[in-house]
Design a protein around this ligand. Structure first.
Ligand code: MG
Length: 279
């Protein structure tokens, strides 16, 4: 690991820090347990008035549900603080094809986001297939999605995660369901979630900030840091989740990118952020 980048003395200080896009799982909490310092970090950001959004690849939960989950962990959060891949997918489709007929492979968070964006959720003759994690996925649903795609529908996938971490171990994620549909339909999906910049661009628009003054914070090189780079944001890797000092080199090689700054924990992250507030 490159120490030059550690502990808030990184090259990134030449760019301003006026907003943050914060990953959730592995950065703010693990499962249902907050990461040490997460509550203090959010309280402090609110005190100093630094704008931020929680940005999640998870398409199954509505922002209200995510905010409630954070509140039960003692972390101050409102639905409008949350940007999900479902919302970004809905916005993407609504911008490209206003009023489109959409076949949904997904859960209530995705369905609601599409309806909120003024799209028509249909069972057949879809213009677009939008697919996320669907824990009630069936062969029938796959067949409907494939028929729509073979019939010319566009294919949009909320997030490419192949595996979904759960309390009973790793389960197939949205990306694995999408891989099946893509194989049968012969069409690669437009990917919305990290490492795609589409979710980040959506979150930046929600934040009302430019990429040049916004930093992405996350624990995953291949998703958070890669998405931050793709969106031209500053990037901060926190060693609070997936990435550790031991596996950093391996993950950096696999992701093909490096963060601007590495912070060991959330108090180190707060110190780094504070260094901008003083200057
Ligand atoms: Mg994470």
């Amino acid at each position: 690991m490159n120490n030059r980048l550690s502990g808030g003395s990184g090259k990134g200080e030449s760019r301003p820090l006026k907003g943050l896009l914060l990953d959730l799982d592995g950065t703010i909490y693990h499962g249902g347990v907050p990461i040490p310092g997460a509550d203090m970090l959010i309280r402090r950001l609110n005190e100093i008035g630094l704008p931020y959004r929680f940005v999640t690849n998870n398409s199954s939960a509505a922002p209200e549900t995510v905010a409630k989950r954070l509140q039960t962990m003692g972390i101050d959060a409102q639905p409008q603080d949350v940007c999900t891949s479902a919302q970004a997918a809905a916005r993407y489709v609504a911008d490209k094809r206003p009023g489109a007929r959409v076949l949904v492979i997904g859960e209530s968070g995705l369905r609601d986001a599409l309806l909120d964006a003024g799209l028509n959720v249909v069972d057949r003759q879809a213009d677009v297939v939008v697919q996320g994690i669907d824990r009630a996925f069936t062969y029938e649903k796959a067949a409907e999605a494939v028929a729509a795609i073979l019939g010319g529908a566009d294919f949009v996938m909320t997030n490419p995660d192949l595996l979904l971490p759960t309390e009973s171990g790793l389960k197939p994620g949205a990306g694995s369901i999408g891989a099946m549909i893509a194989a049968a339909g012969g069409k690669k999906p437009v990917v919305i979630g990290k490492p795609s910049s589409i979710l980040m661009d959506y979150a930046l628009a929600e934040l009302g900030m430019d990429a040049a003054e916004t930093w992405v914070v996350g624990d995953n090189m291949a998703t958070d840091i890669a998405a931050g780079k793709a969106a031209d944001c500053g990037t901060i890797l926190v060693l609070t989740g997936l990435t550790t000092r031991g596996n950093y080199e391996q993950y950096a090689r696999a992701a093909g990118c490096e963060p601007d700054v590495i912070c060991g924990d959330l108090s180190e992250l707060m110190s780094y952020i504070s260094s901008f507030m003083r200057s």
